[in-house]
Design a binder for this molecule. Structure first.
Ligand SMILES: Nc1ncnc2c1ncn2[C@@H]1O[C@H](COP(=O)(O)OP(=O)(O)O)[C@@H](O)[C@H]1O
Ligand SMILES: O=C(O)C[C@@H](O)[C@H](O)C(=O)COP(=O)(O)O
Length: 339
């Protein structure tokens, strides 16, 4: 089933644009950040996590980013290289900007929070001059991560990439990815998120993220109204995530598909969205039916919330498929093609 026309002749499967950062997850979890003393360092940043996830699923991945010119910048570039991700468009900052650091707090299985250190941040130094048409034209799709729109010059770089994607008939995926830090006002969020969403073929977000996007357009929509609006703007697939309540994909042929999460013993409440996006988008690029895309995304998300890391624990296709089989044996089918 083709919801989006990906050009199979293009050598790259997906180019992503956004932050590459570092997660510090507590080893002594189920404590407050005040109490935790020991952390494990992982590559982080939502789009970077998605990139790792899709690379592990066998996709050819590229990335537009600025990273710090220090050991942490070395770490993330080398990590990407080891995962087979193309790093040719990842540049170093020249004025001492620092890589984003995310200290996570895992209070219990369902309560986590993230503390983001993003002063003088490297990823928002991405510049229009870093974006080239050929790199986008060589990719089946471009993914924009919403936080890249929070400040200039990254904001203009992201909008430049968007314009080049439209010019080269490259499908655009918008992962709304709201992180409060760096935004000066909710008006800014709505203005810039809706500019991108209006030109996107696939939109992924939580209900809260759609509410922020639609705030200056028409606040208070329900999921069906949200999906209908963005389909009217040209979106082919609108995915609305509801955490432990599951997620729904609305396709522009008027169909909708809902899925409950695969039951799992969660360790943390973050990471699910990135795992979901990686496997769901893998399914779309493979041309799989929507039910299968949802299963892959939801299963990957469950595996991620059950793990300590995000990037490092991104699963392979075999691991995801094995988990789905076992879960169905225990709990039955999760996907419901909602009427
Ligand atoms: N406790 C959980 N158990 C199983 N799956 C979960 C759990 N929490 C989240 N998920 C899965 O992760 C997906 C994305 O989580 P969500 O919180 O909606 O997005 P994000 O992580 O991007 O904020 C959900 O749609 C669901 O499939
Ligand atoms: O996006 C970040 O900068 C933090 C991530 O690296 C972290 O793993 C996380 O919070 C992912 O959460 P998700 O968006 O719920 O998958």
């Amino acid at each position: 089933m083709k919801y989006v026309n990906f050009d199979s002749k293009r050598p790259m499967d997906l180019v992503l644009l956004g932050r590459i950062a570092i997660d510090f997850n507590p080893v002594d979890y189920f404590k407050t950040l005040t109490e935790s003393t020991t952390f494990r360092k992982y590559l982080g940043g939502s789009p970077a996590n998605i990139a790792v996830g899709m690379a592990r699923l066998g996709k050819r991945i590229g990335f537009f980013a600025r990273v710090s010119d220090d050991r942490f910048g070395d770490f993330v570039v080398e990590y990407f290289e080891n995962e087979g991700i193309d790093v040719s468009r990842i540049k170093r900052c020249v004025n001492g900007e620092k890589l984003g650091l995310t200290f996570t707090e895992i209070l219990n299985e369902s309560e986590s929070s993230i503390l983001m250190y993003r002063n003088d941040i490297a990823d928002l130094q991405l510049d229009v001059s870093d974006i080239d048409e050929a790199y986008i034209k060589n990719s089946k799709a471009l993914l924009l991560s919403g936080t890249a729109l929070a400040e200039s010059p990254s904001r203009e770089a992201a909008l430049r990439a968007l314009s080049l994607a439209k010019k080269t008939n490259t499908p655009v995926i918008f992962d709304i990815d709201y992180r409060e830090y760096n935004w000066r006002s909710k008006d800014e969020i709505s203005i810039y998120y809706s500019i991108v969403a209006r030109q996107s073929d696939i939109i992924l977000g939580s209900r809260e993220e759609y509410d922020l996007t639609e705030r200056l357009i028409e606040p208070g929509r329900n999921d069906a109204e949200t999906a209908a609006y963005w389909h009217g703007q040209g979106a082919k697939v609108v995915v609305i995530k509801h955490g432990k309540a599951g997620s729904t994909a609305y396709t522009n042929d008027g169909e909708k598909y809902s899925i409950k999460p695969f039951p799992v013993k969660a360790l943390k409440s973050f990471g699910g969205g990135d795992g979901y996006a990686a496997a769901f988008l893998f399914g779309l690029l493979e041309g799989l039916p929507m039910q299968d895309c949802l299963e892959l995304g939801s299963a990957s998300a469950s595996l991620l919330v059950a793990s300590h890391a995000c990037s490092e624990d991104m699963p392979t296709l075999d691991v995801i498929k094995e988990f789905i089989v076992k879960s169905k044996q225990e709990h039955g089918d999760m996907v419901a093609k909602a009427d």
